[in-house]
Design a protein around this ligand. Structure first.
Ligand code: FAD
Length: 381
């Protein structure tokens, strides 16, 4: 039988997948429940992940990275979803690393990237505010220059890794009267400034072990050398240029959930019996699973196309928005149908399908809601 293999996978990727799979099974899976209870994972596990090259695998070796392509990063998301571990916010680390890689000065890259690769530094990206999410240009957090420092005031919410982060990329206004042109990205090191505070991780319906926080800046003084790049007012354009990567990561995570949910539902329906036969023998079950297998294959082929485009430096915003919107929505519908085939057990948290159900919902909201994705796609019509 023809077995589909992602065209970007090489032998080196296969070996890396084996390492990541074993690591996730031995180091992450046994701690999954504790992280869910505590609403975050302990920073030491970031360093363990750094040791096997799970962080910054596609950043140049001169900055401490693995020197590979996005495929290595992709493997980490696939393996985490496969093992139903959603506590590790390495996707955000990857996004921040690429902001630094593309826009940072040489000094900034050497200062921050190597420790991000080892996991000593955990990063967050703080865009969303209590009063604005989708309308990014309306952020109110200000960073006004005073001598050799910026003085930050404002607050952020729903920030992934916000609890553990010791380096935060803050989206703020260096010119509060302007919209896009007033936005700058400022790297804030919480341990080195006064006036910064954060709440305990927020309670969520899914991804409960991944820390999501509110952040507060009260006359927080940050050295001007922490402005990402050298010029104020570039933040919005920097964000726009890097968002395809973030959207691809969400699309890919969605496909990985589809693959995992489908496989475990096939297994379950082969074992569970009703009316003297396995659940999978009912025509409804077979047809549902046939539909879901088809959708999963289509999603995989499309996401692999996007990965190849990103590796070639050619993934455009429109295609990345399609991947984020369509894969996350198809994923949520698929998980919902797979849960149905589990009957009452699908509603029990001891079954991974229940975690996939609650975890997958947010993929349609964050990294730009799916409505915003459709807005972006429709601009090309
Ligand atoms: C678990 C989690 C983790 C997150 N992590 C981060 C993070 O690390 N960093 C960060 O900065 N943010 C993060 N977010 C925030 C997330 O990106 C925002 O919630 C999201 O962008 C939507 O913004 P909002 O919540 O303010 O919704 P709103 O902007 O208030 O939108 C509400 C509704 O209106 C719709 N809408 C808004 N504008 C339009 C429009 N023009 N056309 C049609 N419909 C529209 C939206 O699609 C949505 O359905 C996270 C959120 C969650 C839940």
């Amino acid at each position: 039988m023809y077995a589909y293999k992602s065209p970007w996978m090489t032998e080196e990727h296969e070996m890396f997948r084996d390492t990541v799979r074993k690591f996730v099974e031995t180091e992450f899976v046994p701690n999954r429940e504790r992280w869910i209870e505590r609403k975050h994972m302990e920073p030491e596990y970031w360093q363990k992940a750094g040791e096997i090259g799970m962080l910054c695998p596609d950043i140049a070796t001169e900055y401490g990275g693995g020197g590979g392509d996005f495929g290595f990063d992709a493997i980490t998301y696939e393996e985490l979803q496969r093992a139903c571990v959603s506590s590790f916010g390495n996707g955000i680390q990857s996004i921040v690393a690429h902001y630094l890689d593309v826009y940072g000065t040489e000094e900034q890259k050497l200062r921050w990237l190597p420790k991000m690769a080892t996991g000593e530094t955990i990063t967050a990206i703080a865009m969303t505010e209590p009063g604005t999410g989708s309308d990014l240009q309306a952020v109110k957090t200000s960073a006004l220059r005073d001598g050799d420092e910026y003085v930050l005031n404002g607050s952020k919410t729903f920030i992934t890794n916000g609890y553990n982060a010791n380096l935060i990329c803050v989206i703020c206004k260096t010119d509060p009267d302007a919209r896009a042109k007033g936005i700058s990205l400022i790297m804030l090191e919480p341990d080195q400034v006064e006036g910064f505070s954060r709440n305990s991780p927020l309670s969520k319906i899914g991804m409960k072990g991944q820390d999501t926080c509110e952040l507060f800046f009260d006359d927080c003084r940050v050295p001007v050398g922490n402005l990402l790049g050298t010029e104020e007012g570039q933040g919005f354009y920097q964000l726009m240029a890097q968002l395809p990567r973030e959207r691809l990561i969400v699309g890919l995570g969605s496909v990985a959930i589809m693959e995992a949910a489908l496989n475990l539902t096939i297994e379950y329906t082969k074992e569970r019996r009703a009316f003297n036969q396995a659940i999978i023998e009912f025509q409804n079950t077979k047809f549902k699973l046939a539909e879901k297998k088809t959708e999963t294959k289509i999603a995989r082929v499309f996401i692999d196309h996007c990965i190849e485009r990103l590796n070639a430096g050619e993934l455009d915003a429109e295609t990345a928005s399609m991947a984020k919107y369509w894969c996350s929505e198809t994923q949520f519908n698929l998980v919902n149908e797979c849960l149905q085939l589990h009957g009452g057990y699908g509603y029990m948290m001891e079954y991974p399908i229940a975690h996939y159900f609650t975890d997958s919902r947010v993929q349609m909201i964050y990294a730009g809601s799916n409505e915003i994705m459709k807005e972006l796609i429709s601009r090309s019509l």
